[in-house]
Design a protein around this ligand. Structure first.
Ligand code: PMP
Length: 411
């Protein structure tokens, strides 16, 4: 193992010292949501005890504090994903919100009958359903990059699926089920040489595990949810290229985004980013997101990536050595942070419930990726997913639990 302050990190996450069914909690459901460090938890109560106020609205001091928080975190996030333009950072509720926003604000206006959209067969429903709705409404062709038997993208088919009428490629950075890291640079190169399509990256599973550099990637949109990056629910980020955002109209409208509203004429809107942030913002959630990113920066996202890589290799190699009759999905691909498996033909829910008895929290079922389940012809899978605070003991407890279950089932 590389030198990595795992003991110190674990102390910063209070939930990790709790017991689950009399066992130390082995929390392996990080792809669903991550736990929060003290700096995030405490910042919320500090804000509500000392600073609670509406941002962008009033002239009093407290309100300026809230406004400053929002704009400081915006700059902070811009730096985190390497854009020098803070206006390219829009606060949203999360990935679901962001993709629906892009489909409705940009998609409805810039994609027309005869055009086509490309996604993949491994996507989360949040990156399928908004495009299916749009395709139906505007009679647009929706195509899917097919998968190879191991669940990775069949990139040999990519070129055939792109043409001059391709207006968008929307694809996940990392699969939420298999943990496969999609080769974004290669994909984006192919798309750019064959079309003028815009590129949207669903970063829900990428942002906490890999360095994201939106300029290097040259994507048009990159979206992620705060709760999967050690911050709280209800706040996420939509990054969009400045000139692109400037062509878009608000989708959700309301207070705080207008220059003028009249009873007889069209409204006029303020500039980006504020024109896409209607209503009262979740300031405490934004503060929490800033603190989560600060926390990650103190450890270093590259160190986290290296640490997690070693841990996931340890987990997969150890699992393969056990006589557990596991089917591992996508385990030999270039992957991060997630192990997807089934134990014989046992229902994933049964395995998950029994692991819970041993203090191990995993996710079961279809993972909001039913087309991917269909690809593997299974109704569901078990998914163990790690984070920066997962340690070897968690993995050993998980494997111990699986061995116990195997004996139970065989009894
Ligand atoms: N896309 C992916 C790849 C995800 O893993 C998730 C969350 N499971 C989402 C989208 C939706 O994210 P949220 O629920 O935070 O909107």
């Amino acid at each position: 193992m590389i030198l990595y302050p795992i003991k110190k990190i674990r102390l910063d996450f209070p939930i990790l010292s709790t017991l689950m069914n009399s066992y130390p909690l082995a929390y392996l459901d990080n792809a669903a949501t991550t736990q929060k460090p003290n700096i995030v938890i405490d910042s919320q109560s500090y804000y509500y005890k000392n600073e609670c106020s509406a941002a962008h609205r009033s002239v009093h001091s407290l309100s300026s504090i809230s406004t400053n928080h929002i704009e400081t975190v915006r700059t902070y996030i811009a730096k985190f994903i390497n854009t020098s333009i803070p206006e390219e950072i829009i606060f949203v509720k999360g990935v679901t919100d962001a993709i629906n926003f892009i489909a409705n604000s940009w998609g409805r206006n810039f994609i027309n009958y005869g055009d086509n959209i490309l996604i993949s067969a491994m996507e989360h429903h949040a990156n399928i359903l908004p495009w299916q709705n749009l395709a139906k409404e505007k009679k647009i062709e929706l195509n899917y990059i097919p998968l190879l038997p191991d669940g990775s993208l069949n990139l040999s088919k990519l070129s055939e699926l792109i043409n001059r009428r391709t207006k968008l490629l929307s694809i996940s950075h990392i699969s939420n089920v298999l943990g496969i890291i999609n080769p974004l640079t290669e994909i984006i190169d192919i798309v750019r040489t064959k079309s003028n399509a815009r590129i949207l990256i669903d970063g829900a599973q990428g942002i906490a595990h890999q360095k994201v550099d939106v300029q290097k990637l040259d994507c048009d949109f990159y979206v992620f949810s705060g709760h999967k990056i050690y911050a709280t629910y209800g706040v996420g980020i939509m990054y969009g290229k400045y000139e692109l955002l400037n062509t878009m109209d608000p989708w959700v409208v309301g207070g705080g985004i207008v220059k003028n509203v009249s009873l007889t004429q069209e409204p006029t809107f303020v500039d980006i980013p504020w024109k896409f942030e209607p209503g009262s913002p979740d300031v405490s959630g934004i503060v929490a997101l800033g603190n989560a990113v600060k926390y990650i920066n103190t450890i270093g996202i590259k160190n986290i990536y290296n640490y997690e890589n070693q841990l996931i290799s340890y987990a997969i190699n150890t699992l393969k050595q056990q006589n557990l009759h596991l089917t591992l999905y996508g385990s030999d691909c270039n992957k991060s942070s997630i192990i997807a498996f089934n134990l014989k033909s046992y229902d994933s829910y049964d395995v998950g419930m029994l692991l819970n008895q041993y203090g191990v929290a995993i996710r079961t079922g279809h993972h909001c990726a039913i087309p991917l389940m269909n690809h593997f012809q299974v109704p569901g899978m078990c998914r163990a997913s790690i984070a920066m605070y997962t340690n070897k003991d968690d993995i050993d407890q998980f494997i111990h639990g699986l061995n116990q279950i195997k004996h139970l089932f065989h009894a």
